[in-house]
Design a protein around this ligand. Structure first.
Ligand code: KDG
Ligand code: MG
Length: 402
């Protein structure tokens, strides 16, 4: 079962995606998502110029050995570009194996540990009224868990809030837009959002909030403590995680559960936070943390320390990553929750898929492999369109984490 072809497909059906397609000598193909938001072409080149030549002639069944070959064999390890590329290869190989075995990937991973995957929706509004209404709409649509983000009075742009009437999409065409940030305004306002949500919607709905790496540890401790009466399911990425010991300070000050790790690329990025019990949910994804094989290792480590999974699932993860996440989520014992941000209709047409949503739950479907395809003819009609995530500056012009 030799690999005879490795194609990198870049398309933009509403937003940019990079897809790896591996083909075996028997004509079986597998897909992997290689999208790295705002740096897409770096991964495309890494795959095309450096990885594809290494794959031709390799046995597609040797998933673990191929992973180690690309990881250890590169000498220059880890980092988002490398690990996204390795993740795409790994995911495509699991897809091939499932197709050859005529089984959905989750069956190869040990079978279903649950009937379906609980997902959380996004709800956002420029004002408090809009946000409360948006959360209510998602609850009516059947979601049992909703992430609430609200515009902050006095700040023109807030993370997670759409700037037009379209659904929120973090990347914007052209060069990075600049937004202004105020920690003081944010910290003063956010507790009132959840106070109002709980008063109007009660405590049955699971509520989540993404701080998006904006605070210092002591500020995060203050916010977590202020949110305790509102019983959040999680407070996400309260601080930038380069300085991981900082999470000890947050833990000393609050019992609000913490989620982190959507930007992590390997088990080594997760190690300290998991082993010291500094987080409750690990957000690493198939696409950016080395594929299904590596994410299973991370989940294994997490399970030892009572940490559950909560994989990233924003629109910059293509339907291939979504499908892979759902196979992983269905199978892994210490699953917590999965993020679900629906793609545009054009994206869904380019990537037809077997996974489905039903009243707050998702299922990867029973198609062999991942159960997702790419319509290459249609994809070619949506060429790459440069886009970046915004950047944030404080009032005096100092660059802040976005
Ligand atoms: O590429 C960046 C987005 O995926 C990120 O901003 C979304 O934080 C995010 C989330 O939790 O979905
Ligand atoms: Mg996030």
């Amino acid at each position: 079962m030799r690999i005879v072809d490795a194609q990198v497909i870049v398309c933009s059906p509403g937003r940019n995606f990079v897809t790896l397609k591996l083909v075996t000598e028997d004509g079986v193909h597998g897909l992997g998502d290689a999208t790295l938001n705002g740096r897409e072409l770096a991964v495309a080149s890494y795959l095309r110029d450096h990885v594809a030549p290494l794959l031709i002639g390799r046995d597609a069944r040797r998933i673990e050995d191929t992973w180690q070959y690309l990881y250890k064999g590169a000498y220059w390890r880890r980092g988002p570009v490398t690990m996204t590329a390795i993740g795409a290869v790994d995911t495509a190989l699991w897809d091939i194996l499932g197709k050859v075995a005529n089984l959905p990937v989750y069956q190869l991973l040990g079978g279903a540990s649950r009937e379906a995957v609980t997902v959380y929706a996004h709800a956002n509004g420029r004002t408090l009224d809009d946000t409360v209404a948006a959360v209510g709409r998602q609850a009516e649509a059947g979601y049992t868990a909703v992430r609430a983000q609200c515009g902050v009075p006095g700040l023109e742009h807030a993370y997670g809030i759409a700037t037009n009437d379209a659904p929120y999409e973090p990347a914007e065409k052209g060069l990075p837009p600049e937004t202004v940030w105020s920690t003081e305004r944010y910290l003063d306002f956010v507790p009132s959002v959840f106070d109002r949500l709980r008063r109007e919607l009660g405590f049955d709905l699971l509520l989540l909030h993404d701080v998006h790496h904006r605070l210092t540890p002591i500020e995060a401790g203050r916010l977590g403590r202020a949110l305790e009466p509102h019983a959040l399911f999680w407070m996400e990425d309260p601080v930038p995680a380069e300085h991981q010991e900082a999470y000890r300070i947050i833990r000393q000050h609050t019992t609000t559960p913490i989620a982190a790790g959507e930007v992590f690329n390997s088990i080594f990025d997760c190690q300290l936070l998991i082993q010291e019990g500094l987080i409750d949910y690990i957000r690493a994804t198939v696409a950016h943390a080395g594929g299904i094989s590596h994410l299973r290792r991370i989940a294994g480590l997490a399970e030892l320390h009572h940490v559950r999974t909560g994989a990233h699932g924003a629109t910059d993860l293509s339907p291939i990553a979504m499908a892979a996440a759902l196979h992983f989520d269905l199978s892994v014992h210490n699953f917590g929750i999965q993020e679900h941000m629906p793609h545009t209709a054009d994206t869904d047409r380019v990537f037809p898929h077997a996974y489905r949503f039903e009243r707050g739950f998702m299922h990867p479907g029973e198609a062999p492999g991942l159960g997702v395809e790419i319509d290459q003819g249609l994809a070619a009609t949506f060429p790459y369109d440069r886009a970046y995530l915004p950047v944030a500056r404080r009032g005096d012009g100092t660059l802040h984490s976005w």
